[in-house]
Design a protein. Structure first.
Length: 336
């Protein structure tokens, strides 16, 4: 019996495959490589097993789902595969709704048809929008501010409704800001195109691809005026999925969990920690606030600790050291 990981060649997906393997689970990867590298699968196989099964295709496609569920004995599903660029979702909302929600509906239907008892969904703290009260709990208001965030919230609702009308249980995991890489340096984040996220941007400066980082906003009300986020190690997130698959949630129920560290860090604090880890300063300049950015966001992770027995264990230095280790070994991402 295996766990199906859709988007298993992607950033969080690949680390989750490694963590599931370490926890003794068999895994089948489903990926269409629209935003992931085939070489990521080679790297995952070298970390896990050389014959780790891969089905190539889209989770929204019935023939692909038939190949997965017909060809493998699937006991649980972890669904990552989705488009994830905020800017792209604003430019192409229908493409995002079709792709991200079409795959949720098709996959949930296939899983329920086959009597799969558990599905874990990759959601995001982006569903909270500009949270009014911090830390953010699972009961904080959800007000997504772009189509990408809407697809995550709608995906959650679709799955909760589907669970309620079936014997399947669903766990919705809302990630804060993932950073880091597997300690081996064999798998990590390989953004396609120009990265937009903070740590990949810092790495571009560290490798000389950019001369400086723009710090978006110096007039927020934090200790140093820069925005605050809850950065969490991707291996901690990966282990959160293992805990979610093991959680005692009854059939037909769904439950939401924040996955973060529970503490906030400013952009300048991340920069200082990165300079320390990399061993050289990261040139930067202050810039305007980035449209759509929230001032501060960090998680209350009490529920995950109490109910899943999960807690982030790795600190910011570890996140940056592991991220840097992957980037140093793969300056051109998986192409190298
Ligand atoms: C962003 C997305 C969010 C998505 C998440 C995935 C937006 C508005 N939000 O979150 O939906 O789930 O990525 O990881 O795009 N920063 C700089 N300079 C840079 C890049 C970032 O100062 O070159 C700052 C940002 O202003 C922000 C912080 O660093 O304050 C973190 O930014 P980022 O890594 O892009 O994550 P989020 O904006 O939190």
């Amino acid at each position: 019996m295996a766990t199906l990981v859709t988007g298993g060649a992607g950033y969080i997906g690949s680390h989750t495959v490694a963590a599931l393997h370490d926890a003794g689970r068999d895994v089948v990867i489903l990926d269409d490589f629209s935003n992931a590298a085939r070489r990521a699968v080679d790297a995952i196989r070298s970390l896990t097993r050389p014959d780790l099964p891969l089905v190539e295709g889209d989770g929204g496609d019935p023939a692909t789902l038939e190949a997965v569920f017909g060809g493998h004995r699937i006991e649980s599903v972890v669904h990552f595969a989705a488009r994830k660029s905020v800017a792209e979702s604003v430019a192409d909302p229908l493409g995002y709704y079709r792709s991200n929600l079409g795959s949720v509906v098709a996959l949930a239907a296939a899983a329920i048809d086959r009597g799969v008892p558990r599905l874990v969904f990759s959601s995001s703290a982006t569903v909270y929008g500009s949270a009014s009260a911090l830390p953010v709990t699972e009961d904080s208001p959800t007000v997504p501010e772009n189509p990408y965030g809407e697809t995550k919230l709608m995906g959650e609702r679709i799955l909760a409704d589907a669970a309620a009308a079936s014997e399947m249980s669903v766990i919705l995991l809302r990630y804060f800001n993932p950073v880091g890489a597997h300690p081996s340096g064999l798998i990590g984040e390989d953004p396609s195109g120009e990265p937009a996220n903070l740590v990949p941007r810092i790495m571009q400066v560290a490798t000389g691809r950019s001369d400086r980082l723009e710090v978006f906003g110096a007039d927020y009300s934090s200790v140093d005026g820069t925005a605050v986020r809850d950065y969490v190690h991707v291996m901690d997130l990966a282990e959160g999925h293992v805990a979610a698959l093991d959680a005692g949630i009854a059939p037909a129920r769904s439950r939401t969990y924040n996955l973060g560290t529970g503490s906030g860090t400013t952009v300048l604090q991340v920069l200082a920690a990165a300079a320390e880890v990399i061993g050289s300063p990261i040139p930067y300049e202050m810039a305007e606030r980035r449209p759509g950015d929230v001032e501060a966001s960090w998680a209350d992770c009490t529920r995950a600790r109490e109910e899943l027995g999960w807690q982030a264990r790795r600190d910011l230095t570890q996140m940056l050291a592991d991220h840097w280790n992957f980037v140093r070994r793969h300056p051109d991402g998986y192409r190298h």
